[in-house]
Design a protein around this ligand. Structure first.
Ligand code: ATP
Ligand code: MG
Length: 391
């Protein structure tokens, strides 16, 4: 009886037809719609919405297609471990904390973040936009990078249209236009941006990221707060590498991670990429594996060569140089490596300074096109001569 009563109740509730009286029909229809609405609300609460999932899974860009958590393991590590909060961003603490204050107060000026590659400029801007805009992140951010058409027409049409567009925002927040790799924008486009920045200043903020701030025209620089990012220190990169290695359950040695830090040269993107390549290629993170993957002259070999130079032994030093040359490394690869190794070497301070000067001068010659083995041998000869002088 109970089941029958329940079925009747549901039928009665859901089925708006079959009744003669018109008013009653409308009432039933209203009830039916209300019931549907309830059902919809209920299903939404039970199943997590796709939008919130996206926010967590795709930190890399505001308009990327959704990635399911199960697909996350196939992401390159630079994307998988891209920070989504300011606290996770390594290094440049002063600049990041300044941005943190802007974000909490909500009063963000137009900003330019300038700095070398792979130190977290794009990441920082995306974090800022995410904190400021919360759930409106997708609609209220226009992200343009060097892969997009960014001539004068885009500024005139796309950026202006976005600035005029009405979007629901959290209180006292503005839309954000992210111009990544802004140093590749043409001067015309930058000129066109000047007035747009002012006209829509009450509704839109601009965040620019670039490697070379000199390529941003002065009037744009004067409209923005300039924030400079520097290369990350070896300790900062090492800490991140340890964290990622542990999360990925990698087999690693301290020397292996140090080798990655050496090859990365303050670039976190390069460090994570090298870590992943070594892990995929060899499984364990050891110096030999790292230098095979990164295809750099082995620093231990280079260090040995410089030690021979510091003892004034040109024959032994030349043997190593000839070996490196035979392995196919270019003069630029070798000289860069010699410079980095010489900085870390345990030499008398004065000798070290002279060594670095000689290495720098040879580097200049190589960049000018004198990139033969003779140049490299000449460098070794001069270094040996210096050592004899100081002995
Ligand atoms: N400071 C950092 N802290 C943590 N991870 C970082 C940091 N900098 C870079 N990374 C890692 O490197 C990746 C690339 O960083 P990002 O895109 O922000 O570099 P960028 O400074 O914009 O470089 P580019 O000038 O080449 O555009 C990130 O996905 C992240 O995994
Ligand atoms: Mg970038």
């Amino acid at each position: 009886k109970l089941t029958r009563a329940f079925t009747f109740f549901i039928k009665d509730l859901c089925w708006p037809y079959g009744h003669e009286v018109r008013g009653r029909k409308i009432l039933k229809l209203k009830r039916f719609l209300f019931f549907l609405l309830l059902l919809l609300q209920f299903s939404r609460n039970i199943m997590p919405s796709e939008a919130s999932e996206d926010m967590e899974c795709i930190p890399s860009t505001s308009k990327a297609p959704p990635v399911k958590p199960s697909q996350k393991k196939h992401l390159p590590w630079i994307e998988k471990y891209r920070p989504t909060k300011f606290e996770d961003i390594v290094g440049n603490a002063d600049t990041v904390s300044r941005l943190g204050i802007f974000a909490t107060q909500g009063n963000v000026p137009n900003i330019i973040i300038a700095g070398p590659p792979g130190v977290g400029k794009t990441t920082t801007i995306l974090c800022l936009a995410r904190i400021l805009l919360g759930a409106s992140f997708r609609e209220a951010v226009l992200e343009l990078n060097a892969s997009n058409e960014r001539g004068i027409d885009v500024v005139r049409n796309k950026i202006k249209m976005f600035a005029q567009q009405k979007v629901t925002l959290p209180p006292s927040r503005q839309k954000i236009v992210i111009l990544d790799e802004a140093d590749s924008m043409t001067e015309g486009a930058q000129q066109a941006l000047r007035r747009t920045m002012e006209i829509y200043s009450s509704t839109t903020r601009f965040a620019l990221a670039c490697n070379n701030s000199e390529k941003i025209i002065e009037p744009i620089q004067s409209r923005c707060a300039m924030l400079r990012f520097t290369k990350l220190s070896d300790a900062q990169i090492l800490a991140k590498l340890i964290q990622v290695s542990q999360l990925e359950g990698l087999e690693y040695t301290a020397e292996g991670l140090e080798a990655i830090v050496f090859t990365a040269q303050g670039d976190m993107r390069q460090a994570l990429n090298n870590l992943q390549s070594t892990a995929n290629g060899f499984g364990s993170i050891k110096p030999d594996n790292v230098f095979k993957v990164c295809d750099e002259p082995h620093p231990i070999l280079v260090q040995e060569m410089l030690e021979h130079c510091s003892q004034g032994d040109i024959h032994k030093a030349y043997k190593i140089m000839a070996k490196l040359w035979k392995l196919g490394y270019s003069a630029e690869d070798i000289i860069g490596n010699i410079f980095r190794v010489s900085k870390r070497m345990n030499l008398d301070e004065k000798v070290k300074l002279y060594f670095i000067r000689e290495i720098g001068e040879t580097h200049m010659k190589i960049v000018d096109g004198n990139n033969s083995l003779v140049q490299m041998s000449g460098l070794l000869a001069r270094l040996c001569e210096l050592s004899h002088k100081f002995q």
